[in-house]
Design a protein around this ligand. Structure first.
Ligand code: AHR
Length: 501
C-alpha cells in the first residue's frame, strides 16, 4: 500500500503557467552583474561571449530564463540610463549604490549590453526605472530610446550605438521599493508620483506594461485607492517576499528547516491577499500581481533582521545555497502555479552569486546550486496548463500539513508532475491517480541531508538522478520519494519524444 496518494484533477484546469512566473533578477549588487554575468570584453582569464561569462551563459540558457529584471532593486533608483550607453571608455564612473553597498561603477554593462544578454538567453527584458533620483522625463526618454520606431534624436543615438531597430521592451517598473530605499514615500504620495510618471510614459508608448511599487496590505490598498479613477495606469503591482526565518544558511536544525519551508509556503497566501486587495479596490482582476523579488535571504548575507548568527563582514549578499533552499523554492513554485491566474510575473532574487542564486562563480570556476536543479526540474511546466492536485493520506509535518505536496501540468507531450517530500527524515511511497497511460520517467533531487550544498570544490554533490516510476494500473503511477527530496515525473503519450510544452 502507498502511504500517500495524489489525485490529478485534469477536468478542472487552473490556467496557463506563464513563463513569466519563472523570471530572474539581475541587480548591480555585489558580484551579480559585475563578475557574475559580465566580465567585460577584454577579460583574458575568463572565457566570455561579448563580455558575458560563457559558462554562466550556457548554464542560464539551459534553465531557461524567460524573463530578466534589471538593473535593480535599490540600485535602480540611483541609476541614470544615459551613463550606460555609448563607447565604453567614454562612460562616466559613478558611485554605484544598493542596499548599503557603495562601489565604483564604470557603467560598462548598460542598456545595450543588458538587452543583448536577454537576446542571448531568450529572456524577455524587464527594466526598472528610477523614481528616487530620476524624473518622468528621464524615464520617458529611456522608454523612447528603447521602443520608438520614429526618427528622433534618441532613436538616432540608439542606432549609432548599434541598434537601429527598436528593442520593444514591454515591462517597465516605475521605481523599486519606493516605500523604503526608493525614496521613503508614503503610499499616497507615491500614488501621486506614480500617476505623473505613468501618464507621461503612456504617451510615449501606450503598449508598455507598467509595474507599480507595492508593499503590504495597507500600502497596496491606500496606493490603489489614491489612484482612484487613474488606476488604469497600473498593469502590475509589485510585491517582494524574502524568507528570513530559517536560522543559519547551512547549520540549521530540524525546527529551522521546517520554519523556512513554512515561510516559503506562506508566499502563496501573500499573493492571494494582494490579488484580493486589487479585486476589492478596483472591482476586477485586470492588474496582475508581480512578485518581482522572491527567495531565501539568510542572516549571514544581510546586516539586518532575524537570525542569531554571526553576519559576514563585510556583507556581500552572498550565501550558501542548500538543498533546503531548493525545496523552499519548489514549494513557492507550487503556489505560483495554483495562483497563475492572478500572479502574472515573478523574479527569483538574484540570478548569479547574490542571495538565492541558481548559479555561483569563484574566479574562473562556476557551480550550480540545488535551486538551479530544482528550477530545471520545473522546466516542463512553463507554458503548460496547471492542474489541481489533491493529496490524500500520507505523513504529516510538525505543523499538521502534509509531508508530500505536488503540482501538475498538462502540456503538448503529456503530463508533468513535480512532487516534494518535505519530511526531514521519513521517506514517502506515493501513488499518482487519475493521470494518463503512457511512458513515464522521472528525475529526483535529494542528498544525504537538507544541509547539502554544492561548492567550487564539490560542484556535483547535489544533482538530479533518474527516478524509477512504476505503472500501478491504468492511469496510475507509483514513486518512492526519499526524505527532503523533490522529483519531476513526466508521463509522455509517445515514447522517447522530446518534451514539448
Ligand atoms: O535583492 C536585494 C534588495 O532587496 C533589492 O535591491 C531591494 O529591492 C530589496 O530590498
Amino acid at each position: 500500500m502507498p502511504d500517500t496518494t495524489l489525485v490529478l484533477r485534469a477536468d478542472d484546469p487552473i490556467g496557463t503557467i506563464s513563463p513569466r512566473l519563472y523570471g530572474h533578477f539581475a541587480e548591480h549588487l555585489g558580484r551579480c552583474c559585475y563578475g557574475g554575468l559580465w566580465v567585460g570584453t577584454s577579460s583574458a582569464d575568463i572565457p566570455h561571449h561579448e563580455g558575458f561569462r560563457s559558462d554562466v551563459l550556457e548554464a542560464l540558457r539551459a534553465l531557461p530564463v524567460p524573463l530578466l529584471r534589471w538593473p535593480g532593486g535599490c540600485y535602480a533608483d540611483h541609476y541614470h540610463w544615459r551613463d550606460g550607453i555609448g563607447p565604453a571608455d567614454g562612460r562616466p564612473r559613478r558611485l554605484g549604490m544598493s542596499c548599503g553597498l557603495q562601489v565604483e561603477d564604470d557603467n560598462s554593462l548598460g542598456t545595450h549590453e543588458f538587452l543583448r544578454l536577454c537576446s542571448l538567453l531568450g529572456a524577455e527584458p524587464y527594466l526598472a526605472g528610477n523614481v528616487g533620483t530620476g524624473t518622468p522625463q528621464e524615464l520617458c526618454d529611456w522608454l523612447e530610446y528603447c521602443n520608438s520606431a520614429l526618427d528622433t534624436t534618441l532613436t538616432r543615438m540608439r542606432a549609432a550605438n548599434g541598434s537601429p531597430a527598436p528593442f520593444g521592451v514591454r515591462l517597465w517598473g516605475v521605481g523599486n521599493e519606493n516605500w523604503g530605499c526608493g525614496g521613503n514615500f508614503d503610499a499616497a504620495s507615491y500614488a501621486r508620483e506614480y500617476r505623473r510618471y505613468a501618464t507621461m510614459l503612456r504617451h510615449v508608448d501606450p503598449t508598455a506594461e507598467l509595474v507599480a511599487c507595492g508593499l503590504d496590505d495597507d500600502w497596496n490598498t491606500e496606493f490603489l485607492r489614491t489612484l482612484g479613477k487613474h488606476v488604469d495606469l497600473v498593469d502590475h503591482l509589485s510585491i517582494h517576499r524574502y524568507w528570513t526565518h530559517g536560522g543559519p544558511e547551512t547549520e540549521f536544525d530540524e525546527a529551522e528547516y521546517y520554519a523556512l519551508l513554512a515561510e516559503a509556503a506562506a508566499t502563496e497566501a501573500f499573493i492571494v491577499r494582494t490579488a484580493q486587495i486589487i479585486r476589492e479596490t478596483t472591482g476586477g482582476q485586470r492588474i496582475g500581481v508581480a512578485l518581482d523579488e522572491w527567495g531565501v535571504w539568510h542572516p549571514e548575507a544581510r546586516p539586518w533582521g532575524p537570525g542569531d548568527v554571526p553576519r559576514r563582514a563585510p556583507v556581500t549578499y552572498e550565501q550558501a545555497g542548500t538543498l533546503r533552499d531548493a525545496l523552499a523554492a519548489a514549494i513557492a513554485l507550487e503556489g505560483f502555479h495554483r495562483q497563475c491566474s492572478v500572479l502574472r510575473l515573478a523574479n527569483l532574487a538574484q540570478i548569479v552569486n547574490v542571495l538565492h542564486a541558481p548559479v555561483m562563480t569563484e574566479g574562473a570556476r562556476m557551480w550550480l546550486t540545488p535551486t538551479y536543479h530544482a528550477l530545471r526540474l520545473h522546466a516542463p511546466h512553463l507554458g503548460a496548463t496547471a492542474l489541481p492536485v489533491e493529496v490524500g493520506q500520507g505523513h504529516s509535518l510538525p505543523d499538521g500539513s502534509s509531508a508530500v505536496s505536488a503540482t501538475a501540468s498538462r502540456g503538448n507531450s503529456g503530463l508533468a508532475i513535480t512532487l516534494i517530500n518535505r519530511h526531514f527524515s521519513r521517506a514517502a511511497d506515493v501513488r499518482i491517480d487519475d493521470a494518463i497511460a503512457g511512458y513515464a520517467d522521472g528525475q529526483l533531487l535529494t542528498a544525504s541531508a537538507p544541509r547539502a550544498a554544492n561548492s567550487a570544490n564539490q560542484p556535483d554533490l547535489v544533482v538530479p538522478a533518474a527516478l524509477a516510476v512504476h505503472a500501478d494500473g491504468p492511469g496510475r503511477w507509483r514513486v518512492e520519494l526519499p526524505p527532503h527530496s523533490l522529483a519531476t515525473v513526466l508521463i509522455r503519450r509517445a515514447p522517447s519524444e522530446p518534451w514539448h510544452r
